[in-house]
Design a protein around this ligand. Structure first.
Ligand code: SF4
Length: 431
């Protein structure tokens, strides 16, 4: 589930509504006989919120929406999230089961909508709302962009069915031997990775981010949530936003407050670039040596290609940074990507050479894990800015770009065929 939804549900609950939340894939994983229709029939509600956030979950979201409608013809179905926002017109046009879409941030509009519907008040003034009126699709002229996190709590899981298992599912489709939860600590991004739908200059950033592009959540509130979540006995707390990019003052305060908590939980952080020497030093000075799990995306060993993709560090800087991480006993997940735009034999060789250097570096410690996965660009990213949903929503990966044809479908759908080709290329190169 998108981590931000917990703040919205908490707000609705605090306004006096009874809230229940269900993570359908988790339920099926816990009990393969779980029947969504049966559950919906025994937990009838007046309003249903369905998250359509990351586009790869689109097909699942459509399926859930249809099942809600089939089980409750009177249900009011509200859909929100990044993908729902970007494609609100198409979704409203083609999915008659959806009653309302929140186009943008939902923190204020969703509770306001539910309250207005409950008291039968006019909804025309609710910001970010897309709805139907007299067979026309109407979009509210009022815009709401979250510009601070005051009063939001993200550690309230009281409404989630089987909440005691939720921490075992921090990545979709991957069951890790760990307990971890994602925690909101910001919104937006200051960088411009060309394949990322959440980049500052991508359509999402330009339309839905506040002027500064990144808002940081108050350290006190983040720490309070971490404290509240201690009953889950987490191995990791996973921050949604790279706190090393939030400035020296922010991370210094975070480290000292975290140290004062005296808990064993480690911190997981996905760095937008690479951590600075100062960040690593401040972390260890606060006694957090060995308590940070870092994710770094290098994409390739080809520096100019990496820069074009949005990561602006050199191979030398990466290796220096990894050495500092190893000295600090941090674990590192380092990501490289295959099928990159403009990838060729030379860039592949540069990548393998860099991977080899890093493997040698880490021989004795084994703290670095290297991933080499297919590159996946988001629709409406800078690279695929004109990619739209096609009419056939059953195949959620069937997107089309006027400039690039079916490039996106190829990237997702034909990975198998293409990967064999690249594997052959790699084998020949290694020989
Ligand atoms: S991939 Fe790049 S643009 Fe996207 S959120 Fe991460 S750092 Fe920001």
């Amino acid at each position: 589930m998108a981590a931000g939804i917990f703040g919205i549900l908490d707000k609705i609950q605090k306004r006096g509504f009874e809230v229940e939340a269900l993570n359908y894939p988790m339920e099926v994983y816990l009990d393969e006989t779980f029947c969504l229709e049966k559950w919906l029939l025994s937990h009838k509600a007046d309003y249903y919120l369905v998250g359509l956030h990351w586009f790869v979950h689109a097909r699942g979201a459509y399926e859930v929406i249809n099942r809600i409608r089939n089980s409750n013809s009177e249900a009011i179905i509200i859909v929100g999230g990044i993908t729902a926002s970007l494609f609100h017109e198409l979704l409203m046009r083609d999915f008659k089961s959806i009653d309302y879409i929140i186009d943008g941030d939902g923190e204020e509009p969703i509770p306001m909508l539910v309250e207005a519907l409950e008291s039968k008040k006019d909804i025309d003034n609710i910001a970010n709302l897309v709805y139907r009126k007299e067979n026309k699709i109407i979009k509210s002229e009022r815009k709401y962009i979250l510009n601070n996190f005051e009063g939001f709590e993200y550690s309230n899981y009281s409404f989630l069915k089987n909440k005691e298992h939720y921490a075992e599912f921090s990545y979709p489709g991957i069951i890790l031997e760990e307990k971890s939860l994602w925690l909101v600590n910001g919104r937006g991004c200051i960088y411009n990775c060309i394949g990322c739908g959440a980049a500052r200059r991508a359509r999402l950033g330009e339309t839905y981010y506040c002027k500064e592009a990144l808002i940081c959540r108050n350290v006190d509130d983040v720490i309070q949530d971490i404290y509240n979540l201690r009953s889950f006995e987490l191995d990791y707390i996973k921050l949604t936003h790279d706190f090393s990019s939030m400035g020296e003052k922010y991370y210094e305060e975070f480290f000292s407050r975290y140290k004062a908590l005296s808990i064993e939980t480690k911190i997981y952080n996905e760095f937008w670039q690479i951590p600075s020497e100062d960040f690593i030093n401040k972390c260890t000075e606060n006694g957090l040596s060995g308590r940070l799990d870092c994710t770094i995306t290098a994409f390739t060993g080809d520096e100019s290609m990496r820069k074009k993709l949005g990561k602006v560090f050199t191979n030398t800087e990466l290796i220096e940074c990894l050495n500092l991480c190893l000295d600090a006993h941090f674990t590192v997940k380092l990501y490289f990507s295959r099928f990159l735009p403009d990838e060729n034999a030379i860039s592949l060789l540069q990548t393998f050479k860099l991977i080899q250097t890093i493997l040698n570096l880490d021989k004795s410690t084994q703290l670095i894990q290297i991933f080499y996965e297919g590159y996946l660009a988001d629709p409406c990213s800078i690279m695929l800015e004109d990619v739209m949903l096609e009419d056939n929503y059953d195949i959620y990966i069937n997107w089309e770009s006027k400039n690039n044809g079916k490039v996106f479908q190829k990237m997702v759908h034909s990975l198998d065929g293409k990967s064999q080709l690249i594997d052959k290329k790699i084998i020949n190169l290694l020989k």
